[in-house]
Design a protein around this ligand. Sequence first.
Ligand code: ATP
Ligand code: FE2
Length: 330
Amino acid sequence: MTLVLGIEGTAWNLSAAVVNEDEVVCEVTHTYKPTTGGIHPREAAQHHAQFASWVISNLFGELAEKNINPKDIDAISFSQGPGLGACLRTVATAARALSLSLEIPLVGVNHCVAHVEIGRWKTPAKDPVVLYASGANTQVLAYRRGKYRVFGETLDIGVGNALDKFARSAGLSHPGGPQIEMYAKDSVNYVNLPYVVKGMDFSFSGLSTAATDALQKHTLEDVCYSLQENAFAMLVEVTERALAHTGKNEVLLGGGVGANMRLREMLDIMCDDRGASFYVPEKRFMGDNGAMIAWLGLLMYKAGDTIRVDDSHVNPNYRPDMVDVTWLKE
Ligand code: ATP
Ligand code: FE2
């Protein structure tokens, strides 16, 4: 059995996990919660620095209970990007320190690709079109000729950030997505809001602002409902066009916004109409989690895809299509 320890900390969630080929052996998470407003990048990085040793020592404690010695670990993986620079650097430092002190190879993984691979591991999806919808990222991805290509993406902010930004303006606490979902359930009154799809890309910033403005004339429930309908229809439209373009017949959902039941319902209806299969992993594997970083680390390690500490710089703008998919055979 190969054992890989992975650390995630691109934004608010600091999470470390150990996986083998069959299962997540253990996972320990400590989440940064902003006292006011949204994520403050510097505070989030300070949180990660403060709790990195707590997370790792608890993880080692859980390993010890299973009679696994840290020396048994085959590789240490971490998110090289995309994400908040200060957070990425903090987590990379922790990963390098573990790699050097335990004399274990280091693997740098792309966070977006990790969302895809954990979904392929934890659902029956084999070669899906992936809708990765989170706070900071919103992309439609699919494998083609050695890379996960970006078929569509946000031109400004991620769909989750658009929801959170609107929620804050409506006086709701962070994160706003779940609360918007709750209020939306109490309305079926559609209020006209912008719907912005350009080619295969989407834009959410104007929609979020327009939703805030609409609160002057409409109820919170009506605006939440309409905001969801527009934002999610935009995501579904591009996902459907990517299906048609690639000829694939599976859709995989990932990212924290994937928890939303209305988004799932809309994707399910679209897939049904096209005769495609729709897959959603368990919730713990949708938002940012250490297991996905460990799992992609395991795939890359087995493909010989390790890096030297000297080459392990982070990249806040690391795109999934920059990664050679060394672990998949055509
Ligand atoms: P990334 O680094 O991948 O961008 P993230 O820091 O945004 O990740 P995630 O856990 O993937 O973290 O996603 C968090 C986002 O998911 C937040 O914007 C939150 O509002 C949104 N979200 C969570 N639950 C729901 C829900 N039920 N409906 C809509 N949005 C949701
Ligand atoms: Fe993510």
